[in-house]
Write a protein that binds this ligand. Structure first.
Ligand SMILES: C[S@@+](CC[C@H](N)C(=O)[O-])C[C@H]1O[C@@H](n2cnc3c(N)ncnc32)[C@H](O)[C@@H]1O
Length: 208
């Protein structure tokens, strides 16, 4: 059965995000994606980076079905594992041993603004436990700089998020990076992306 979902933004941002990923991948291994959504990013990045094993995840069953459908549609079954059921707020995350042993990075695209701050804290805590020194955590999405929105459209988007769920909202990079540091990461780079988004690259500076 074809359970593929189509998230239009993925087609617009995947090349730009892929370029950032390409600049931070230094070795072979596995990448864990948190909040994979439809799975369109996952299959696209798996094809662009064949040396990597791309491990998707999502807490939403419909999204996991879509991810599986995309994997099948792109004939990546032999290469890509099935999505894991990871909700960042439910700790500890259950991670297969072969994944944790080969993990070079964790990537989360468009998650922090549709999750509670507690989920953000747990994303860093669990990632900090899983990733060894020198490994990366990459976030992509809309963020505030020095607690200010970078565009009127982000301001309006933030209001609409808070209206849907008072725990959601566009996060301030400074606070996000403080949380990262508490868990053994330093902010290596902030890259301005199209459509008022950022990629933030964190690197582990210690083994937790
Ligand atoms: C805005 S969508 C982004 C999906 C995809 N990354 C993209 O950019 O198209 C947010 C995704 O995060 C997932 N999500 C929401 N809460 C989550 C949580 N607590 N832990 C992990 N994923 C979560 C949702 O199910 C959804 O697939």
């Amino acid at each position: 059965m074809d359970n593929r979902l189509f998230f239009p933004a993925t087609l617009r941002n995947r090349d730009f995000i892929g370029d950032v990923i390409s600049s931070i991948i230094k070795t072979n291994g596995s990448i864990l994606e948190i909040g994979s959504g439809s799975g369109e990013h996952g299959v696209f990045f798996q094809k662009r980076f064949p040396e990597i094993k791309w491990q998707t995840s999502d807490p939403d069953k419909i999204h996991r079905k879509s991810i599986n459908s995309w994997i099948e549609h792109e004939r990546l079954n032999k290469k890509m594992p099935q999505p894991l059921e990871i909700d960042v707020s439910k700790v500890p995350w259950e991670i297969p041993l072969d994944l944790s042993n080969s993990l070079i990075g964790i990537i989360s695209i468009n998650l922090l603004h549709v999750a509670s701050w507690n989920s953000a804290e747990l994303l860093f805590r669990e990632s900090g436990k899983l990733l060894k020194k020198e490994k990366f955590l990459m976030l992509y999405g809309p963020f505030k700089i020095e607690n200010k929105h970078i565009s009127q459209s982000n301001y309006l988007f933030d209001n609409s998020l808070k209206f849907q769920n008072p725990l959601w909202g566009i996060r301030n990079i400074g606070e996000v990076s403080k949380e990262a540091e508490r868990n053994g990461f330093f902010q290596e780079d902030i890259i301005s992306m199209p459509a008022n988004n950022f990629s933030i690259i964190y690197k582990k500076f210690r083994d937790n």
